[in-house]
Ligand binder design. Sequence first.
Ligand code: PFF
Length: 456
Amino acid sequence: MAGSKRSSLHGQWSSRWAFVLAATGSAVGLGNIWKFPYITGENGGGAFVLVYLICIACIGIPIMMAEILIGRRGRRSPINTMRVLAREGHHHPAWQYLGWIGVLAGFLILSYYSVIAGWAMAYVFRAAGGMFSGATGEQIGALFTGLISDPERLLAWHTIFMVMTMIVVSRGVQSGLEKAVRFLMPALFLILVMLVGYAMSTGSFTAGIAFLFTPDFSKLTPAAVLIAMGHAFFTLSLGMGAIMVYGSYLPENASITQTSVIIALADTLVALMAGMAIFPIVFAHGLEPGAGPGLIFQTLPIAFGQMPGGAFFGTLFFVLLVFAAWTSAISLIEPAVAWLVENHGMTRVLASAWAGVITWVMGLGTIFSFNLWAEAKLFGKTFFDLLDFATANVILPLGGLFIALFATWTLSRKVTMEELGLQGAGYQLWYILTRYVAPLAVIFIFLNVTGLLRFG
Ligand code: PFF
């Protein structure tokens, strides 16, 4: 059935919108609200943000289109999609390893993602219990340290989050997910608008905005460029098959180009709003922009502690953050679960249980990174730091690079043109970005950071 259209064993999204919602649910998560502000703070602000935005536009969107089209063409889990498409085109079977690397990345990322989502869950109860009201920056900081230095509490939240994730995954990502995201996204957006409104009242709004949007290129190290690019992959869920597997459930008539642009815009908007809410608070309270992974947990509670109705809005915010993390977590493990169902004849429930247990155990490493193993470092990084660096800044960009190469050097132009539904200049633009610009940019940034090629 070479080149023919097929359907997915796991079903299909009910409509194009269902896909947009699910893929946006995957993209918008801890990456936007927790990670983007703290890495922006650590890497000096404006110039970093600019590189990140350029990466989203020139690397992220074209690779997202490539990933979705490969998924829809293959209609299987990423491992099998790559295997089948390579075989149909008489290409090397080694392409299937791209799927394997994605599955590995999914486990690695989810193992720490779940721990951080656990922090957000703990904060739901702190907010609801009024613990932030009137608290000083120092008291809020102490609350955060108290949480992360207690492995048992972190383990409890990690366990609860993993169980929640695997329950949804075991039911199939289509049912339930669509509805959750439909309400979640607008609600999250509204509460971010409110937080930006609060940030305007802190007296440091201009300082915060200047930090985010005024590029100071002297602060832009090669490592910062790598982190900005890695984050573009991470935040759009690219390079590991999550968007590919969602693409495999995409109806035939949906426009891949339009949906990719919508998803990328929504994702970027959420990240920028989070930055605009957080940095004014950082400056107003004399906090450190480079405070690291605790940044949002040390800043936003101050805002909730001072605004009228703060306990209510704080609770709502952390509930929404947990939801956003949930809809992303589901997509992280879907490639592995789809493969277990296809190749091992497992039910979704059993496949989810296995995947969940493996991830849960791996999560212990991240939990201990913040307490028992805090001093155990390799290259100056804790286990969590290493995991985050290896996945976001190495594996995802590499995965994305090969996805781009596969879509434009091995698949025929006829196939990609047909899937994308693009012609003329639009198609050419995608083709050039995906075939040359994105791969060369990734290689260049890798070489630059390893010192093999020094630029700037
Ligand atoms: N995009 C998610 C976020 O920004 O939180 C994280 C993520 C989900 C990364 C799915 C990769 C992935 F495949």
